[in-house]
Design a protein around this ligand. Structure first.
Ligand code: GLN
Length: 454
């Protein structure tokens, strides 16, 4: 097939299905067709073409796209059209990929269900009554529903891996610093990473090849050479030491989720891996630490939406009331909750008790992993304690929603890479995901393990 035929097929499918799934906030059919034509010319002119040439994908709406509206699913950025491309977009455009549109998400990436979008919730392609997970729920639903061949998401505390798990696809959060954050609208800068959501591990490795690499425009970018991740697409786990941390089988975990993970552990054993019980004792504090640190950073990052420099403005009698009106009207309730939590944690009287303590826990969580990785090569856990939940069932219980992140946030605190891949289906027909955690910069190790299992 030609790139134009391929783009046509995806656009037609989006036309017929996205009114039900609501995976996209903005569809870019015209630019997609132009890009497809350009890709076809390139394919005709050159024999050997880059992997992504002419392959249609979708991009989470917090990644800046030159000339294409980028909303972060917030009314605050309803009409924001970036004057530049994020670093990852530059890399993707160089390959002549075809961008079908920008995907729905929890507002400013705060949430785990995509219900916090200011526009509409996204539905899970496996069952429309259920959430796709979040915050990259639009990207996950687009790939799982066949509305994009690949997608980019961002992961601050699980937002790539948890929706991948809920939608039965593959999602990878790279090591902090592996992928440039330049042009990713910041949520919590010390935790955010961009990564791929794909149908399988092979596509994941290929997308990773495109987006990784040092970038001088991101001060936390890691100066490490990017390996060719497709070289890790080999089936070999003989002698691989896989750590199983008891702490990740948390209270309230679905029985079926735990069972699926244990079956996967047995499969790895049968393939020659060595299974080793490990302990990551500070895991139980990770969610609490995350929900102090991430909102604290978010508070700072979101202070720029003041009605002056970026985004929308709601007028008032003077400058203070203009700012107050703007932020009151244009931020959703979860964003406001986080701003309040963050300001509280950072305020003079509470800084030592909360923010500083959370930073210390962050170090302890990291040290737990360091110790474990002296004995094991990778760590295998559930991605989330449950399968997808029903739309509306948890949205009024933020604490319950935060506990969903128990297995994913510790990695972000430690900066480690993690991949989520399907490992079963629940009795109600919903996908179950497992997570494989790697040493810093060892995306190759987790890709290899995931590929072997898949
Ligand atoms: N669910 C987490 C939160 O609400 C993670 C979000 C993310 O990774 N962007 O903060």
């Amino acid at each position: 097939v030609t790139a134009v035929e391929l783009a046509d097929a995806f656009l037609e499918r989006i036309d017929s299905i996205d009114s039900k799934l609501h995976a996209y906030i903005t569809k870019t059919a015209d630019t997609a067709m132009k890009a497809a034509k350009k890709a076809d010319k390139k394919i005709a002119a050159e024999g050997k073409i880059p992997f992504l040439t002419g392959i249609p994908g979708a991009v989470k709406d917090n990644i800046c796209t030159l000339g294409i509206r980028t909303t972060c699913a917030s009314k605050m950025l309803d009409n924001f059209v970036p004057p530049y491309d994020a670093a990852v977009m530059d890399k993707i455009q160089k390959e002549n990929a075809v961008i079908l549109g920008k995907t729905n998400m929890d507002e400013f990436a705060m949430g785990g269900s995509t219900e916090n979008s200011a526009f509409f919730p996204t539905h899970n392609p496996h069952n429309a009554e259920y959430v796709p997970g979040g915050s990259s729920g639009g990207s996950a639903a687009a790939v799982a529903g066949g509305l994009a061949a690949w997608a980019l998401g961002s992961d601050t505390g699980g937002s790539i891996r948890q929706p991948a798990s809920f939608c039965g696809i593959v999602g990878l959060k790279p090591t902090y610093g592996r992928v440039s954050r330049y042009g990713l609208v910041a949520y919590a800068s010390s935790l955010d990473q961009i990564g791929p959501l794909t149908k399988d591990v092979t596509d994941c490795a290929n997308i990773l090849n495109v987006i990784t690499g040092y970038d001088e425009k991101d001060s936390t970018s890691v100066k490490a050479s990017s390996p060719d991740y497709t070289k890790s697409l080999v089936q070999d786990v003989k002698g691989l030491r896989i750590g199983i941390p008891a702490e990740y089988f948390v209270d309230g975990m679905d029985k079926e989720v735990a069972e699926s993970i244990h079956m996967a552990i047995n499969d790895f054993k049968a393939m020659g891996a060595e299974i080793i019980d490990i302990s990551l004792p500070h895991t139980k504090y990770a969610v609490a630490a995350y929900y102090l640190l991430a909102p604290a950073e978010a508070t700072t990052n979101l202070s720029r939406y003041d009605g002056v420099s970026y985004g929308e403005r709601v007028n008032g009698d003077d400058i203070v009331s203009m700012m107050t009106n703007t932020r009151t009207e244009k931020f959703g309730s979860e964003v406001k909750r986080r701003i309040m939590m963050g300001n509280y944690a950072l305020s003079a009287g509470y800084y030592d008790a909360y923010y500083l303590k959370a930073l210390k826990i962050r170090t302890l969580v990291k040290e737990d992993y360091d110790k474990a990785f002296e004995k094991v090569d990778v760590i295998l856990t559930p991605t989330a304690p449950t399968t997808a939940f029903k739309i509306g069932s948890m949205i009024n219980d933020p604490l319950q929603m935060y506990l969903q992140d128990a297995c994913t946030v510790p990695l972000n605190l430690a900066g480690l890479p993690g991949i989520s891949l399907p490992c079963g289906v629940s009795s109600s027909g919903l996908p179950i995901g497992m997570q494989i955690i790697g040493k810093p910069l060892d995306e190759e190790g987790i890709i290899k393990a995931a590929y072997t299992y898949e």
